[in-house]
Design a protein around this ligand. Structure first.
Ligand SMILES: [Zn+2]
Length: 309
């Protein structure tokens, strides 16, 4: 038998080898958690830090990825309500559907801030379940990770459970270490006031004792308008703010407009993971956000060139 033919036979027969575990992550933070448990999983991420996670195009490549995945890990709480149902329907993956094991919603395993009993259009784009941007809550990820590990054991029994549990233990230790660091950073941030655009950083700001005094959005989910910006300009709370905090997927112009008229700086920080070394895991992202904010904290007395990294 020629060696070439042998290779072809070996490739065609995956004799004994287990199939690759495939994960569809709606947002980068869930891809990070899944990879921490199953490092060799094939992971497709539907959104990036440069996209508004509320509005994603259900592209054919995403439909195909979902069709071929074992597990979809999403935020839930209506964050993906504009695009995930379409993806699920078009992908027609028997396992990934509402109330099936293959669809994991992180929101089902954490406590959400600001739930609303009554919603109407006049309130803007409000999520009835509460603020769905909870991935930056330092208290949220450990419970979500626990449930995710359990779910992976259910949907991928072929995965090496012992190895996954060891990785999970390592992740928990690192998270705990990071929490100590965040607590220390929060001491220097408590009482700080910021201007925001949307509620993307809300959980982390609350954790650090930072108050979002004004929002560039006239109503949740609606883009800033000239009349709203003029209102903000005359709002006395603006005087108390230390910085204007926005995300890379948002149009920087409204923030810059306000900055030019107030002397405030605009701080653009990702609300989710990027490819950048400083923000490519969830704990690093949280550290990066808190560290960046501390440069603008009135309590911060040591802003020096060496800190300007
Ligand atoms: Zn939102």
């Amino acid at each position: 038998m020629s060696s070439r033919l042998l290779t072809v036979i070996l490739l065609a027969c995956s004799c004994g080898a287990r199939a690759e575990f495939s994960v569809f992550a709606c947002e980068p933070e869930w891809a990070d958690l899944a990879r921490a448990l199953v490092p060799d999983a094939r992971v497709t991420v539907a959104t990036s830090a440069w996209q508004d996670p509320h509005y994603i195009e259900p592209r054919p490549s995403l439909i195909a990825a979902m069709r071929n995945s074992d597990l979809a890990v999403c935020t839930g709480a209506s964050l993906e309500t504009g695009w995930l149902p379409v993806l699920i329907q078009r992908a027609a993956n028997h396992n990934i559907a509402e109330n099936r094991q293959g669809l994991f919603y992180a929101a089902s395993h954490t406590h959400l801030h600001q739930p609303h009993d009554h919603i109407d259009r006049s309130m803007g784009d409000v999520h009835p379940e509460g603020n769905p941007h909870f991935h930056l809550n330092p208290h949220a990820a450990p419970e979500i990770m626990e449930r995710l590990a359990h779910r992976i054991e259910q949907v991928a029994p072929a995965e090496d459970t012992k190895f996954m549990r060891a990785l999970h233990t390592r992740w928990k230790m690192r998270w705990k270490q990071s929490q100590e660091q965040w607590r220390a950073l929060a001491v220097g941030l408590k009482g700080m006031k910021v201007v925001v655009q949307h509620s993307g950083f809300d959980y982390l700001l609350r954790y650090a004792g930072i108050e979002a005094v004004l929002d560039l959005e006239p109503k949740p989910g609606l883009p800033p308008t000239p009349s709203h910006l003029n209102q903000l300009l005359n709002d006395p709370r603006l005087q108390e703010a230390s910085v204007i905090l926005i995300s890379p997927y948002q149009d920087p112009q409204p923030a810059q407009w306000l900055a030019e008229r107030t002397g405030l700086k605009v701080l653009i920080l990702p609300t989710t993971l990027t490819e950048d070394e400083a923000t490519d895991t969830l704990p690093e992202l949280i550290t990066h956000i808190l560290t960046s904010l501390s440069r603008f904290s009135p309590k911060s007395t040591r802003v020096s060139v060496s800190d300007e990294r």
